[in-house]
Design a binder for this molecule. Sequence first.
Ligand code: NDP
Ligand code: 8X3
Length: 268
Amino acid sequence: MHRIQHDMNKTILITGATSGFGKAIATRFAQEGYTVCIAGRREERLAELKNALEKQYSVKVITLAFDIRDRKQVEDAINKLKTQVTDIDILVNNAGLASGLATIDEGDIDDWEAMIDTNLKGLLYVTRQIAPMMRARATGHIINIGSTAGKQVYKNGNVYCATKFAVDALNQAMRIDLLPYGIKVTAINPGMAETEFSLVRFHGDEERAKNMYTGINALQADDIANIAWYCATLPPHVCINDLTVTCLTQATSVYAIKEAERVKPLLS
Ligand code: NDP
Ligand code: 8X3
């Protein structure tokens, strides 16, 4: 397939770039010469990543430390960013979390609020700042990181799934609203992936987090970074609207097997 050459003068903004998918996406695009704007709350991690990427790939890296749940912090950070860069070519709405895994009658309301405020309202706050910049230039690409959890609900997933169903709805809505402006909108919906996601979900319980991925050969952050790069480098007239990706041993939100359960290929 025809692929466009990458443009060295492009700028990407990635939320949730201090770990997991966001960090891998930042690294992938830095490797390709992009100016990379990395956001997250953990300033030390942002500074470390900036140093590493600038050193390794000789690109410009801008850090934005803010809590995406705080509308004022988001607005201030992006207003400051506007003094540092003229355009944002790609926005990756990635920052998010699952917090807890409990039935609807027992869930912790603080967990619910953290997920709704981050995964849904935070994504909206950032998009509301960046979409007008893209609209003014009649070009751009918004990549929303959804989830298989936004396609099919699973036991105890209730509020996390609801936020990801909302991301799915917003992805479709953005595609429609931004259609006249030539802005691409893409949802990447990963299944189980080995990042800090489960450590956060289980409130720092390392053992429980590790067990989630034992024996399934889960997706890795680099897999999603490569997919984001693929989506971003298709010809100008091609837009992937919605892409669901799992590891080989996972079919849906609720059907997954261990590697050991796989039927081995017959020897030829
Ligand atoms: P990680 O926990 O590794 O990364 C999450 C990122 O989100 C961190 O950089 C974190 O930065 C940022 N973040 C969380 N809360 C806030 C906040 N309040 N303000 C600003 N940034 C915040 O997990 P993943 O990389 O796996 O998750 C990235 C996205 O992918 C999430 O939206 C998640 O729902 C989704 N996803 C994950 C899957 C998985 O199995 N791993 C599968 C499908 C989707 P910091 O803490 O520094 O603020
Ligand atoms: C993360 C994938 O299945 O843990 O969105 O909800 S799952």
